[in-house]
Design a protein around this ligand. Structure first.
Ligand code: GAL
Length: 655
């Protein structure tokens, strides 16, 4: 199997999406000059080039791309070549309306934007395979080619007729019989029993709440169909270049793809990360996605896209203060990235993203953005040899599962205030604040290597996952589960008692009488902390070793947190400081130490191999205690016992 290291070859890849078709040829030469100046060693070509490569059905125009591939090679810049299949040319929709997806209301998603393709369309798949085949055949032996990038951010849905037929096929394969489907979907409810496969539809606009298991299966189906599209193109390029790694870029904690499953089909796991520079938790958002991507990759991964400055898709789009692009890029490297890339190289002058930053902004070469990019390129080149390929195993894992998310994120639940990603963020943040670095894992993964396993919320769990958690605790692991965990099975059928009996026994819960969700802004008092979002009326069975109780209100005196041996259950969302304290205690008891004991506020410390990354996310200069003598690879200076970090400053220390 090809490896990421085949493309990085001991360096950190630095570069980004390059869209030269938006520019005259003179600019290409200017681009190359600036790329070399900035230390760019990798560009992604062709992401949105389909109309240029195939201006009419079956036509091929590769000359311009030949020129660019040669130009890149002549200048020592590797090419990650994209299949252009995320944005079909307008002729496709015009000649083949069957390639256009429909939403739940039956409305067509027209051309004129991007990603207007139906994953289920045989016509789309035919054209996508043909252009991929010809692209791969043409550039297979090209010396600039280092890697393949399939499509871009697979994220579309289709509720149309061809998708409906594919959904039925998928369901037949899954359930075999209509009885099986009717049972799994609980169609006895609301007179939904199906007498024919032909009657089954994707969840289209209905008068009132759609069947939740139908919705859940449709999400599974959509992820699988998109994966089929990816695999079809991947297999084509692999046939031509068996030794080149293949990737497709994920979005940050995106609901649409089961990324655990997808990552198994990739040689390199890559992701796009766009924290809001104004968000006080922007750095933690980045850290979470980085931790998740590294865990999916089980090793070095690729930051495929970030913004050098502002994006253009928030309400208000803030630029990055001086130093933040560098800081967040180094943060990704600290957390396992072997590639730091951007959307996009040169800021567009036309089109929908002309106010989205590029590595070369409208201000050009003299602009601050490019100057900072250039400094970063030089620094990544300096540290690359020491860093690339290193992987650090962590002792804590947060469990996350898309199927559980899909089952839980539906209408008709106890509270619309419970946003699953926000809950995952809250738990990750608590670890982040405590300088406890964490992996992510799937609930059915082998967890034995971890000392502490954190379940922010796994609403739906398979029997295999539950048995895995029980075995983990039996084997000496410490487990903490947040509320709304173990409520349903994989069909979204509520477990008897409202929480799986094995889990209730694990935590010492006799009866879960009621869920008491909280309003926005409401909180409940517990012994020593306040909780928000949720609370529960729990009756303990008396076997627990420790109870933290609700104080006042309807739940006064009832358990808010239960510990039985090494298993903890937390029935509310403690305020950030309290959650940090709680997790810090669990980690300490499980024998997990923070990266450093004493760190000034706002400083993040991460180990990668034998290197210690120190990242000051604060606006004030700070002094960090680092006992011993080290070499700071960024400045090539010696550091003894302490180090000062300026505003948004960073250091990479080698013992
Ligand atoms: C990504 C996409 C890029 C660009 C970028 C803007 O979602 O892959 O093509 O649109 O966002 O932030």
């Amino acid at each position: 199997m090809p490896q990421f290291s085949d493309a990085t070859r001991g360096r950190i890849l630095f570069g980004g999406d390059y869209n030269p078709e938006q520019w005259p040829e003179e600019t290409w030469h200017e681009d190359v000059r600036l790329m070399k100046d900035a230390g760019v060693n990798s560009v992604t070509l062709g992401v949105f080039s389909w109309a240029k490569l195939e201006p009419e059905p079956g036509a091929r125009e590769f000359d311009w791309l030949d020129t660019l591939m040669d130009l890149m090679h002549d200048n020592g810049i590797g090419v990650v070549l994209a299949t252009p299949t995320s944005s079909p040319p307008p002729w496709m929709g015009r000649l083949h309306p069957d390639t256009l997806p429909r939403d739940a209301d039956g409305h067509i998603e027209w051309w004129g934007g991007r990603q207007h393709f139906s994953h289920s369309s045989a016509t789309y798949r035919h054209y996508a395979a043909a252009i991929t085949e010809d692209l791969a055949a043409r550039y297979a032996g090209h010396p600039a080619l280092t890697m393949w990038h399939i499509n871009n951010e697979y994220c579309t849905f289709d509720h149309g007729d061809e998708a409906a037929a594919a959904f039925r096929r998928w369901l037949r394969e899954k359930y075999g019989t209509l009885d099986g489907l009717n049972t799994a979907w609980g169609t006895a409810f609301w007179s939904q029993g199906y007498d024919s496969w032909d009657g089954i539809l994707p969840p289209r606009r209905a008068h009132y709440l759609n069947n939740p298991t139908q919705v859940l299966d449709f999400r599974r189906f959509t992820s699988d169909m998109l994966l089929e599209c990816y695999v079809a193109e991947r297999d084509i390029v692999r046939r031509h270049t068996p030794r080149l790694p293949v990737t497709t870029n994920f979005m940050s904690l995106w609901i649409g793809q089961d990324a655990w499953r997808w990552a198994e089909e990739e040689d390199v796991v890559s992701v796009d990360i766009y924290p809001d520079p104004r968000d006080p938790l922007g750095a933690q958002h980045g850290a979470l996605v980085q931790d998740m991507t590294r865990s999916q990759a089980r090793g070095p991964w690729m930051l495929m896209e970030q913004a050098a400055g502002p994006v253009n898709w928030r309400g208000v789009n803030h630029p990055k203060p001086r130093g933040v692009n560098r800081l967040w890029s180094l943060q990704a490297v600290a957390r396992g990235a072997d590639a730091v890339c951007y959307f996009q190289w040169r800021q567009s002058r036309q089109g929908a993203e002309k106010f989205h930053s590029g590595m070369v902004s409208h201000a050009g070469e003299r602009g601050r953005t490019f100057q900072e990019v250039k400094q970063l390129g030089a620094e990544l080149a300096r540290i690359g040899r020491e860093v690339a390929g290193n992987h650090t195993a962590n002792e804590i894992a947060i469990l996350h599962d898309w199927h559980s998310w899909w089952a839980g994120a539906q209408d008709g639940r106890p509270s619309t205030e419970v946003d699953h990603p926000a809950v995952v963020h809250a738990w990750h943040r608590a670890l982040w604040d405590a300088h406890l670095t964490t992996d992510f894992a799937h609930p059915e993964h082998d967890l034995t290597a971890y000392k502490l396993v954190v379940v922010p919320q796994l609403y739906a769990l398979t029997d295999a996952a539950i048995e895995n958690l029980l075995a983990y605790v039996r084997g000496g692991g410490t487990l903490v589960c947040g509320f709304l965990t173990g409520v349903a099975d994989e069909d979204d059928r509520v477990r008897p008692g409202g929480m799986d009996a094995r889990l209730r026994e694990l935590f010492g819960i006799r009866t879960l009488h009621e869920w008491w969700p909280l309003d926005a802004g409401e909180s409940v008092e517990c012994d020593g902390f306040r909780g928000s979002l949720w609370s529960e009326e729990i009756e303990a069975d008396g076997s627990d070793d420790e109870t933290i109780r609700y104080k006042g209100g309807e739940l006064d005196g009832l358990p808010a947190v239960l510990r039985k041996g090494r298993a903890w259950y937390v029935s509310t969302l403690p305020e950030p400081d309290e959650l940090r304290g709680l997790l810090g205690r669990m980690a300490a008891e499980a024998g997990v130490r923070p990266v450093l004991d004493r760190l000034p506020a706002g400083v993040e410390a991460v180990r990668r191999g034998d290197l210690l990354f120190l990242l000051n996310h604060g606006r004030e200069a700070v002094t960090v205690e680092v006992p011993g003598t080290h070499r700071d690879l960024l400045t090539d200076t010696t550091v003894t016992d302490e180090l000062s970090l300026g505003r948004y400053g960073a250091a990479v220390l080698k013992p």
